[in-house]
Design a protein around this ligand. Structure first.
Ligand SMILES: Nc1ncnc2c1ncn2[C@@H]1O[C@H](COP(=O)(O)OP(=O)(O)OP(=O)(O)O)[C@@H](O)[C@H]1O
Ligand SMILES: [Mg+2]
Length: 304
């Protein structure tokens, strides 16, 4: 509390000459109206006063944001500003980091996810995640897709299922095809479903990971720099795919690539040093007419 007051005082006395912070940012107080984003449609995710600490160091400071369903939301900002931390708050992946402490609220469809009764397996089924480096299982392409539904008991295959005459093999084949088609990979792999997934190219592996994420029927898909390790052609396939996915899913994507954010997202949230959400709005507005000077400096490449 006292820290906020101190910052306010320091900023008020420093209006003549804007100070430069160590990362080259102009010192500027975050204003509520820069983050007010009124959208049509329903709110899928809502974070309120979210603070995250790793030990004594805070990574996110009072982040509040509402994310509309069936759209693409880009999270941008310089390295270390808390984008991945924020993304991990949305399906409680930070619970796996021992030193991480999360305070505040995150709701999906109005339901609080930070409460004891929440089943984390169910939550992560609803809110899937795709990481920067593709991480397929060292199994066949088919098994990569079927693994989740089989683990959750939505599909029964194998010897026991056959003996009990309850085998869902036809359903499994349909699911594998549907997910691979939805991830724009089917045409490239339909003749090699039994091959090891690690034999696919990086771009194909990443689309397989997206297909795997779709196989458990999620509502939200979180992506942390999903195309940063890919060449321009593979990147453009992933970008097209993300835009298509947003017709049915709520996609939240972290990217360092400004053109990518501008191309594929409907709204953009800018985080800056100190773990603050500084500006949030329609992507066109944020890129063409940012309200925060720091955001303008960041977008035009003056720092970060
Ligand atoms: N597991 C962890 N343990 C301790 N500190 C962490 C951990 N993960 C992140 N941090 C710290 O929290 C801050 C935010 O990190 P985060 O990874 O969320 O940033 P980011 O915006 O995703 O950065 P980048 O663009 O480089 O991926 C950084 O200062 C980072 O060092
Ligand atoms: Mg990150």
């Amino acid at each position: 509390m006292s820290e906020t007051t101190e910052t306010a005082e320091r900023t008020e006395t420093a209006t003549d000459q804007p100070l430069e912070t160590t990362s080259g940012e102009t010192e500027e107080q975050v204003r509520e109206e820069w983050r007010e984003y009124v959208f049509d449609g329903r709110t899928k995710l809502a974070a309120e006063d979210l603070d995250v600490y790793y030990g004594d160091d805070y990574a996110l400071k009072k982040v509040s944001i509402e994310i509309p369903e069936e759209s693409v939301t880009a999270l941008i900002g310089p390295s270390g500003c808390g984008k991945s931390t924020f993304l991990r708050c949305l399906n409680r992946m930070n619970d796996r980091i021992r030193s991480a402490e999360v305070d505040g609220s995150v709701r999906i469809d109005g339901q609080e996810i930070y409460q004891e009764s929440v089943n984390l397996v169910e939550l992560r089924k609803r809110v899937g995640m795709v990481f920067q480096s593709p991480n397929p299982f060292p199994k066949s392409i088919r098994e990569n897709i079927a693994y989740g539904p089989e683990k959750h008991g939505d599909l029964q295959t194998g010897l026991l299922a056959r003996l009990l005459d309850r085998s869902d093999e036809d359903e499994r084949e349909q699911l594998v095809e549907r997910c691979l088609r939805d991830a724009a990979l089917w045409d490239e792999v339909q003749d090699r479903l039994d091959d090891n997934a690690l034999g696919l190219s990086g771009g194909q592996q990443q689309r397989l990971c997206i297909a795997r994420c779709l196989s458990v029927d999620p509502e939200v898909i979180l992506m942390d720099e999903p195309a940063s390790a890919l060449d321009p052609i593979a990147t453009s396939k992933i970008e097209d795919l993300i835009e298509e996915l947003a017709e049915d899913y709520t996609v939240v994507i972290v990217t360092h690539n400004m053109q990518q954010a501008a191309r594929i997202s409907d709204q953009t949230a800018v985080f800056l040093t100190g773990g603050e959400l500084v500006e949030y709005g329609d992507t066109d507005q944020v890129f063409e007419d940012p309200r925060s000077e720091r955001v303008e400096d960041y977008i035009t490449g003056k720092f970060g």
